[in-house]
Ligand binder design. Structure first.
Ligand SMILES: [Mg+2]
Length: 119
């Protein structure tokens, strides 16, 4: 990966991949929402039953590739949802970041892990 691949390019690759397999029939909003949640849960798997100390070492160990694969699955499912339902995910992310910036003004929350209703 050259680090310059755009979201539009990734969405097109995913669209082609699914079209070649006739898989869009399985990709309702419900299916894709479930897929996003399932794939996100798979990111957790290497951490289950591990101590805090063991968990800190996971990203430098043999499970790193598993986590990369699952993160890719999460992104894949998100981009599939965006592609299928014509959501500009870049615009959606920026809009959400603006909302978060209002909820969490940097001058009020810097260095704090409190939720917006706790400060
Ligand atoms: Mg997976």
């Amino acid at each position: 990966m050259d680090g310059k691949t755009t979201i539009t390019e990734l969405k097109e690759e995913i669209r082609k991949f699914n079209a070649e397999r006739d898989w869009d029939q399985f990709h309702s909003a419900k299916d894709l929402a479930i897929a996003i949640s399932l794939e996100a849960a798979e990111v957790l798997e290497p951490f289950v039953y591990k101590s805090d100390a063991q968990s800190k070492d996971i990203m430098s160990g043999t499970k790193r590739q598993d986590i990369e694969d699952e993160l890719a699955d999460v992104l894949w499912a998100v981009l599939m949802f965006a592609e299928r339902y014509d959501i500009d995910i870049s615009d959606a992310l920026r809009a959400k970041m603006k909302k978060s910036a209002l909820k969490y003004p940097a001058d009020k929350v810097r260095g704090s892990n409190k939720k917006y209703n706790e400060y």
